[in-house]
Design a protein around this ligand. Structure first.
Ligand SMILES: Cc1cc2nc3c(=O)[nH]c(=O)nc-3n(C[C@H](O)[C@H](O)[C@H](O)COP(=O)(O)OP(=O)(O)OC[C@H]3O[C@@H](n4cnc5c(N)ncnc54)[C@H](O)[C@@H]3O)c2cc1C
Length: 384
């Protein structure tokens, strides 16, 4: 019969071996995760792509290379901030204007709002937006003093990815158990997982195996049902010291067939300064945008400015005018049942995400990113 001391000793041994075993299991798990996800690509450096990247950077080991490719040279996607060529400090938000957080999202995304506010990226809107009506009582509005793209840049910097700027993805295929992604200029790389965040209409234009994956999964009709509004934006940049005789910081226009929204952008962002010139952003209405969608953006800017003259006669001449066409502006009809993301392939992973799979604003992008994070974790776990 064993003495009490022997029993205690063997219990200690069992405990020690159990810890050893668990630590080996953990190491094997991490190694498998690393080997399974050595290289991840996020297509699109907009809000969804940036938040996916920062969540994955947090979850995956530093050994996993996260790449982000975008056809554009700038970061932000539809959260875009444009700079004046003459003075880069003079900026205008041409896409998203301000962040409206309902009480539910203030709670469920509290970590995002707290972090962005503490870092000075977001600030509560301090002026009134004429004609704005909250759909949900208790909604809080935020602006970005340094321009709306600062939010996206913040999350991209956190993720510290390998950036492929000006990489227009043309083909997404599967080769040797990896996802092979090729750009229009023939640059090609293989990845263990690819998250595609571009607007759905552009996803449907991609070439390669992705087309048959969409058919095999039976999701083509659902993807084709997604629709976007279309609109044009114009940015006006002024010399420092220019006085704009406008009594509001932003306003929804209801009595013009072309223009729907105007902001004195620096004022809206609470960033007016005597050293830097003011800027104005104009958005057209969605019906005008749709009717003129094939018009060249600079030609459209001339038309829009004629309408602006009738609304704000006597505006001084800007030093620069920038026109932009948003062919895919806000999501008009989201993917059925707003699933957050859609998996086209499990191994290697190809996941579709973006505001089309939730709803078209900051919180929609964050929700889609969280859905990608959870989906990828499940896919990886099921293989470990
Ligand atoms: C005019 C306007 C006003 C808006 N106002 C607000 C607002 O006030 N508040 C708010 O919260 N939201 C607003 N939104 C909506 C908000 O901007 C979007 O919901 C959000 O930016 C979508 O982010 P995303 O990352 O899902 O997509 P995107 O920002 O569209 O990012 C997708 C990226 O994919 C890239 N891409 C596309 N095709 C390719 C390709 N073939 N290869 C490589 N890259 C590619 C694009 O260049 C883009 O950068 C507004 C949008 C617009 C256009």
């Amino acid at each position: 019969m064993e003495s009490g001391a022997d029993v205690n000793l063997s219990l200690v041994e069992v405990k020690k071996n159990l810890y050893k075993f668990l630590s080996i299991l953990r190491k094997v798990g991490v190694v498998m995760l690393k080997t399974m996800l050595e290289k991840v690509l996020i297509i699109g450096t907009g809000m969804t792509g940036a938040s996916v990247a920062s969540l994955l950077r947090h979850d995956l080991s530093k050994a996993t290379a996260i790449s982000m490719w975008d056809k554009s040279k700038g970061i932000g996607g539809r959260m875009s901030t444009s700079r004046c060529n003459k003075d880069g400090r003079c900026t205008v938000d041409l896409g998203a204007q301000y962040i409206s957080a309902t009480p539910n999202f203030l709670q469920s995304h509290a970590n995002y709002y707290t972090e962005l506010t503490e870092k000075g990226v977001l600030r509560e809107l301090s002026t009134n937006i004429e004609g704005h009506q909250d759909k949900v009582a208790g909604t809080k509005h935020f602006v970005t003093p340094d321009g709306v793209s600062a939010i996206v840049k913040y999350y991209v910097n956190k993720a510290d990815p390998v950036l492929g700027k000006g990489y227009l993805v043309k083909d997404v295929s599967i080769a040797n158990d990896k996802v092979k992604v090729t750009t229009d200029e023939g640059h090609s790389e293989h990845f263990d997982a690819v998250v595609i965040t571009m607007p759905v209409a552009q996803i449907l234009q991609l070439q390669g195996d992705i087309a048959s994956l969409i058919d095999d999964k039976g999701v083509r009709p659902a993807l084709q049902s997604v629709s976007y509004s279309a609109r044009f934006a114009v940015g006006l940049f002024y010399e420092p010291g220019t006085k704009l005789d406008i009594p509001w910081s932003a306003k929804y226009v209801t009595d013009n067939q072309c223009i729907r929204y105007i902001s004195v952008d620096d004022r809206k962002r609470g960033k007016s300064s005597s050293d830097v010139g003011p800027s104005i952003c104009i958005h057209t209405s969605a019906p005008w945008g749709l009717k003129n969608i094939e018009m060249d953006k600079d030609k459209a800017a001339v038309e829009i400015l004629k309408h602006l003259q009738t609304l704000l006669p006597g505006l001084p001449d800007p030093v620069e005018v920038k026109g932009h066409k948003w062919r895919y502006s806000q999501v008009h009809k989201a993917y059925p049942d707003s699933p957050g993301c859609v998996v086209l392939s499990e191994t290697p992973a190809i996941i579709l995400a973006g505001d089309a799979f939730t709803h078209s604003n900051f919180d929609g992008c964050v929700d889609s990113a969280i859905s990608v994070q959870q989906t990828l974790a499940k896919l990886v776990k099921s293989k470990v």
